[in-house]
Ligand binder design. Structure first.
Ligand SMILES: Cc1cc2nc3c(=O)[nH]c(=O)nc-3n(C[C@H](O)[C@H](O)[C@H](O)COP(=O)(O)OP(=O)(O)OC[C@H]3O[C@@H](n4cnc5c(N)ncnc54)[C@H](O)[C@@H]3O)c2cc1C
Length: 266
């Protein structure tokens, strides 16, 4: 083993992370939440040529995937999601009932690995605290270290982007910053009772169909869609999550390519 110095270990980590952090100040797309929807969206967006930064408040990205259903580490998929599993190189098995199963740990690991290798900058232990709005458009996120957020009297920092994607799952934390203040009153975020009770078939269609831009600059994907716009919950079937992430990437890409000059951030 080569002789190493502790100071060099520290300097190497600091300098490398500093570069990553500086590169995240301004992105094409900021994804909040590294669950299945966010990871898939980030993967396809980078493949489409966009600079993507993803923040995740937990130590381990992957969101609600790891535990499968009731801590049995298998999740179910419909046939429509197979192309996404293939793009990520995830093994799957056809079951007699017509569904496919995937090991949830392989699923989480592969989504994280492939998203990062595709070029997504993923910052874990970073929590969204608020949003930034300029010229009637959501243009940024206000973030803090997870250990600091809510615990210490320390100011957060801001990242900006042309598009922000709420992929924070049941909590829809980005959307809540809009809704709590009654901003963009014409958006579909208002006038419903929030996430509905279990109805897997309806919920899976809903999450994909209603993925989209909910107010200028702010898109929603995954379970946040159902929480934000009032769809039912669906349990540990993940086709809708993957397809919602992919659809979000396609919609954001189309919008940014169509009118890049109109989409500026501060
Ligand atoms: C305990 C638990 C119970 C669940 N029960 C059900 C159920 O009964 N029915 C159902 O349909 N689905 C349930 N789910 C969710 C299920 O796993 C999802 O369908 C799927 O994981 C949703 O994927 P997603 O990508 O939309 O969000 P998630 O997998 O939830 O990922 C969201 C990610 O966003 C991160 N995040 C949240 N807020 C912030 C923030 N402020 N800043 C930064 N990051 C943030 C989270 O840490 C998480 O990693 C449950 C999930 C959990 C964890």
């Amino acid at each position: 083993m080569s002789r190493i110095q502790e100071t060099e270990i520290t300097r190497t980590i600091m300098s490398s992370y500093h570069d990553k952090l500086l590169g995240s100040v301004l992105s094409d797309v900021l994804v909040v939440g590294a669950g299945p929807a966010g990871l898939v969206a980030g993967f396809y967006l980078t493949k489409l040529g966009f600079k993507v930064t993803m923040v995740e408040r937990c130590l381990a990205p992957g969101g609600g995937i790891w535990g499968g259903g009731m801590a049995m580490n298998e999740v179910a998929f419909q046939e429509e999601a197979l192309p996404v599993l293939v793009d990520f190189g995830i093994r799957h098995e056809r079951q007699p009932e017509g569904l496919y199963t995937v090991d949830s740990v392989e699923l989480a690991s592969a989504l994280i690995l492939k998203a990062i290798q595709a070029g997504v900058t993923l910052l874990n232990l970073v929590t969204l605290e608020d949003i930034g709005i300029h010229h009637n458009r959501v243009t940024g996120i206000v973030v803090n270290r997870t250990g600091i957020s809510g615990a210490l009297h320390v100011d957060p920092l801001t990242f900006s982007a042309k598009a922000i994607l709420d992929a924070t799952g049941h909590e829809a934390t980005v959307i809540e910053k809009v809704r709590r203040r009654g901003l963009f009153p014409d958006s579909p975020l208002y006038g419903h009772a929030g996430e509905g009770p279990m109805d897997a078939a309806t919920a899976e269609a809903f999450v994909v169909e209603r993925t989209g831009e909910v107010c200028p600059g702010l898109w929603v994907a995954g379970m946040s869609v159902n929480a934000a716009i009032g769809g039912p919950r669906m349990g540990p079937i993940f086709g809708g999550m993957l397809l919602s992430g992919k659809r979000a990437a396609e919609l954001i890409s189309a919008t940014l390519k169509q009118a890049p000059q109109q989409v500026s951030c501060t």
